[in-house]
Design a protein around this ligand. Structure first.
Ligand code: DHB
Length: 313
């Protein structure tokens, strides 16, 4: 039995890895991910220059998941691309973003000739920058960014998308993405942006930035993530879907793959449980596959069936 998979032309020995932003900002964390059971790793979304991010408290966890407004704290694109160059032991994806179009062009240019950077994940969905809307919710802007990426980068790449909630939007986004042949995968979903978790005892927000509003992750978002994975699996037949959102068990991973995910990323669960979650989750998925008689994830990927209608007599 195996959990191996492929993202475009990159082979992974295990279909699980971290979600960008979690356990991947500092060298020590990246080093530990490299030696963990994860099949790949992805860096914290980075910018041209390092950033300290938003004031704390900026992360909070309750029984159903997490809220964060980190504000892109990162060590700069140079730090992460240097680390990748020195640590080529398992597939490593660079996540990049920027706060405006001009800098986005510059950072894309910066990585464009790097042979050690494969299938970078362009993040079009950071919800936590004050005064900056998410690119993925402005379809014209998204096209402009994609056009620029293909113009400057000219190699296969992926994008991280925000969650969508309406069939019309799934169709509109897919119509745009399908025009870009170099776009080989999408990661769905980023956190549900600008949620609010309230501490009723203290009568305060749980985090400080943006009046307490932040990206929601964890159990809160599994159904939204599964819907995005399955809608895009149907609408983007020539691209891989990386599932992200709400995974805490082998069953959650199975659901993502059944909905169409080629691989899955672990965010809130990794943040709370730590690096050993890759062991536990791999074992749980393998156990479930054994019970169901599957040897390989390709045997059930995208095989979700719609429940039969009940006949009213
Ligand atoms: C941050 C949060 C995100 O959801 C993201 O995609 C990028 C950055 C952050 O707040 O650091």
């Amino acid at each position: 039995m195996s959990l191996k998979t492929k993202i475009y032309d990159i082979q992974l020995t295990n279909c699980l890895y971290n979600a960008s932003g979690v356990y991947c900002r500092e060298k020590e964390e990246l080093d530990k991910l490299l030696n963990s059971k994860s099949g790949a790793l992805i860096t914290k979304s980075c910018t041209l220059n390092s950033r300290k991010g938003n004031p704390e408290p900026r992360y909070y966890c309750d029984n159903f998941g997490t809220i964060n407004s980190m504000g892109l704290p990162n060590n700069s694109v140079k730090f992460y691309t240097d680390w990748i160059k020195e640590n080529m032991l398992k597939p490593t994806f660079l996540s990049i973003t920027e706060l405006n179009f001009e800098n986005f062009c510059k950072i894309t240019q910066y990585i464009s000739d790097m042979e050690h950077i494969k299938l970078p994940e362009f993040n079009l969905s950071c919800p936590n920058i004050i005064g900056k809307p998410q690119i993925g919710y402005d379809f014209e802007k998204m096209e402009e960014y994609l056009r620029k990426i293909t113009e400057i980068y000219n190699k296969p790449f992926g994008v991280k998308l925000p969650p969508y909630f309406d069939p019309v939007h799934f169709q509109q986004v897919s119509d745009i993405l399908n025009n870009y042949n170099k776009l080989k995968y999408i990661t769905a979903i980023n956190s549900i942006g600008n949620g609010l978790i309230i501490d009723i005892e203290k009568e305060t927000t749980c985090i400080h930035p943006k009046n307490g509003m932040g990206g929601i992750g964890g159990k809160y978002i599994l159904p939204t993530a599964l819907s995005n994975v399955n809608n895009f699996y149907r609408l983007l037949p020539n691209k891989d879907i990386i599932g992200c959102g709400g995974i805490y068990t082998g069953g959650d991973i199975f659901a993502h793959i059944l909905a169409g995910a080629s691989a899955v990323q672990i965010g809130s669960c990794l943040y709370e449980e730590g690096i050993d979650c890759f062991n536990r989750l791999s074992n749980e998925l393998l156990e479930l596959m054994k019970n169901k008689g599957y040897n390989n994830i390709s045997e059930f990927k995208g095989q979700l069936k719609t429940s039969s209608p009940t006949i009213n007599r």
